[in-house]
Design a protein around this ligand. Structure first.
Ligand code: PLP
Length: 418
């Protein structure tokens, strides 16, 4: 018999194998200073495009005050225990009511983390008789939730309605045999490439196929739709989303998440979602902090307006300068480039050290080999000077990439680290 750890130590995984070259810089970097459009990295101030603080609430003095006062009053422990047992308060209920009302649903239920909540909600919503049909580019939390499913599942091509319908036909056949139902899962905004899920087109198939629709709107909440009510409102189909999900980790600049749906469905989740039944409730500082943030989103429409002013300036500027930003129709701004992983590392190093721009880099295995995505997240904190600096930096960087400069640096870097 082999020692389990023998393999783990030898094979560090597709990303882990780059740890020696990447750790502390490309992965696990330490961004310091207050969360804003400019943060400190390795002692230098950089224009920062990798914080999902869309509305600029993370470091807003009113938010810091609300968080601080709640922590002073309750500490970080209160309430203790799971919601069902001893961790329930009127403030948790109030936040749920306000979230539900905000996204035009009857009822809502809080979860401590979006990722775990989604895994657990999928697990709770289906039995082995049911069939799941989900977008192949879904976030890991959806994929991992589907992994728990004991019944059939089909993926459809990314945002491809024809492919969805083909799979619905297969799913219908199975569900008719097992006596189960169909759950379709998509996202409000796909966070890597920035495409909104084609919710309107998906909803149009509901009558024919009789499925229920779960939408992860992590990136749409706060950024899209009237008042930031999300992708469903933006596309005019919020009522047809059966289970709506948003995390507090992005526009709400906090932690936690919620599901919103009809009362019966939320009650079912309250009594069947294992991530909440068997885990401590969301701490009060998070709950009171989230109430404050939601109030600010409701009463300060200028935050979303500023976010979109910056998004438009950045996206239009990139397009005018000949960059490929794909088909994004959200704030998520991907810049598609060609190159291998070492080249991408050299490029990002140059961007940070010489151009003073910090953005996320996405490479294989998250996207196909040979493709690099530099992913920029505009926020309400950014300004037109940040956009200008970034456009100049990207133009300089592209010239070097195309001239093979990063390839040569990468070869030297790799030789040095061997
Ligand atoms: C689409 C999507 N769903 C779910 C999550 C997970 O949310 P959380 O950070 O609250 O666990 C994220 C990332 O934060 C996300 O981008």
């Amino acid at each position: 018999m082999k020692d389990l750890f023998e393999r783990i130590i030898k094979d560090k995984g597709p990303l882990g194998k780059w740890a020696k070259q990447a750790e502390g810089y490309y992965v696990f970097p330490k961004l310091e200073g207050p969360i804003s459009n400019r943060m400190s990295f390795n002692g230098k101030e950089l224009v920062t495009w990798s914080i999902n603080d869309y509305l600029g609430l993370a470091n807003h003095p009113d938010v810091i005050k609300a968080d601080g006062e709640a922590a002073m009053e309750h500490g970080m422990a209160y309430p203790m225990g799971a919601r069902m047992m001893s961790g329930h308060t009127k403030f948790h209920e109030q936040l749920e009511e306000e979230c539900a009302e905000f996204v035009h649903k009857e009822s809502a239920y809080l979860v401590n983390f979006g990722y775990q909540g989604m895994v657990s909600a999928i697990d709770a919503l289906v039995t082995k008789r049911d069939v799941i049909v989900y977008d192949v580019d879904s976030h890991a939390c959806i994929i991992d939730g589907v992994r728990l499913h004991h019944g059939k599942r089909y993926t459809f091509k990314h945002n491809d309605i024809e492919s969805l319908e083909k799979n619905l036909i297969r799913a219908t056949k199975i569900a008719n045999e097992t006596g189960g139902g169909i759950l379709v899962i998509s996202e409000g905004v796909f966070g890597m490439r920035g495409l909104q899920g084609k919710l309107k087109e998906i909803v149009a198939l509901k009558e024919k196929y009789g499925f229920r629709l779960l939408v992860d709107d992590a990136h749409g909440f706060g950024t899209l739709g009237e008042g930031g009510r999300g992708a469903g409102v933006e596309q005019g189909v919020q009522d047809d989303i059966d289970v709506y999900f948003a995390t507090f980790a992005k526009s709400m600049a906090g932690i936690g998440a919620f599901f919103a749906a009809d009362k019966d469905i939320i009650q079912y989740l309250q009594y069947n979602m294992r991530s909440q039944m068997f885990a401590k409730s969301l701490p009060m500082a998070m709950v009171k902090g989230a109430l404050k943030r939601l109030d600010m989103i409701r009463t300060m429409p200028e935050l979303k307006a500023k976010l979109w002013e910056n998004t438009n300036a950045l996206q239009n500027g990139l397009k005018e300068n000949g960059f490929d930003i794909g088909d994004t129709n959200s704030c998520v701004t991907p810049v598609y480039l060609k190159g291998d992983i070492p080249e991408a590392m050299a490029m990002v190093n140059d961007l940070r050290e010489n151009y003073r721009v910090f953005c996320s880099i996405v490479v294989y295995p998250v996207i196909p080999k040979g493709l690099i995505i530099l992913r920029l997240i505009p926020t309400a904190m950014h300004n037109l000077e940040d956009v200008d600096i970034t456009l100049k930096a990207f133009s300089g960087m592209r010239e070097k990439l195309e001239g093979g400069v990063y390839k040569r640096i990468a070869v030297a870097m790799m030789a040095k680290s061997e």
